[in-house]
Design a binder for this molecule. Sequence first.
Ligand code: KE4
Length: 428
Amino acid sequence: MNYQRSSALFHEAQKVIPGGVNSPVRAFKAVGGTPIFAEKAVGAYLYDVDGNKLIDYINSWGPMILGHAYKPVVNAVIEKAKKGTSFGMPTEIETEIAALAVSMVPNIEKIRFVNSGTEACMSAVRLARGYTGKDKIIKFAGCYHGHSDSFLIQAGSGAITFGAPNSPGVTEGTAKDTLLATYNDLKNVEAVIAANKNEIACIILEPVAGNMGCIPPANGFLAGLRKLCDDNNMLLIFDEVMTGFRLAPGGAQELFGVKADIVTFGKVIGGGLPVGAFAANSEIMDYLAPLGPVYQAGTLSGNPLAMAAGLAMLKELNENSGVFESINKKTAYLHKGLQEALTSAKLKFTINRLGSMISIHFSEKPVTDFNSAAEANNDTFKKFFHGMLNEGIYIAPSAFETWFICDALSYEDLDTTIAACKKVAENL
Ligand code: KE4
């Protein structure tokens, strides 16, 4: 593969953009090498600036569940743009997409649109704190909820009493209100709660983790968190930025039958344009300004182009629920093929999958939380990543990401991916 133009563009970008990228994971720091610059993408294929055609398993980190440049989404944006790009005033389309989302997702009566998953999760935590009158939150090591200060936290020395910043710029004051727990470990969550009795506003988690690779919830984990929240007057926040409108029309709540108090969205709900959202029942959501005391705002929230893209996407998913079964079947087919390819190469690995989320971990132990994900062989992953890229298969440039399957992938594409995996694995 020739990456000359990507290299030249990366050189120029670094002169005027920190690290040459507008989001760190794109810089290939976790896998080495030069990031690829996209030229265009259609369906399951991404075309880079050097003319390479790649089968895309990132899909903009999740939004392109129906494939890139999906015509109903593109046409909706084009038509809407002709009427103006932003007003800073209420528009009818916001009500349309809000009503559709409320009809698709269980346990929500109202939804507020914002511009990113970070903004959605940040606002959901502020709402939980305002509604409960309590300051502390529990998040899980390895779960990512965006770059808001309260989430950039690592385990503090007194792990079950307070967190510590994991980025300069995050204050000790902020960090002390974030408690870190271990994913899939209810006993650990109980200990954190006991050490902070009556001080915790909420538990926030990815109901299926996608930022440690894909890590499904252990049986009973989500229901256990639900009970702990009910018993301790805490709100349960499902961060469905990744799982929302992907695992099922109603997301993880529908799939697992566990009720969250607040749900956050991003990615798919915007159809590739900048949209985040958070939703709950009316009692909780009416705590938000202008009705209630919890302030939250945004110039471009409910932007007409973003709403047009999101509404077109949700309409497609709502009217064609066969998509969910289709992408799940494709992911299961891919899983089987990857499993056989990696086994025949006699590698130590484990594959996690749930619905259309899948990840390969070069570890022979089960990967059920951040520590077990971190113990996998990252050097092998780096070689695997570049080997697959050289075969025209573009997976996430980090071992701590999930593959995103889109319905534009054909079974021929999947067979090409499996053959590439077999070839690469034999040379690792
Ligand atoms: P954004 O602010 O990036 O729109 O959303 C933050 C976020 C919140 N919650 C979950 C579960 C997420 O996965 C994300 C963002 N995901 C990463 C990829 N794992 C975005 C990629 C990036 O940072 O460039």
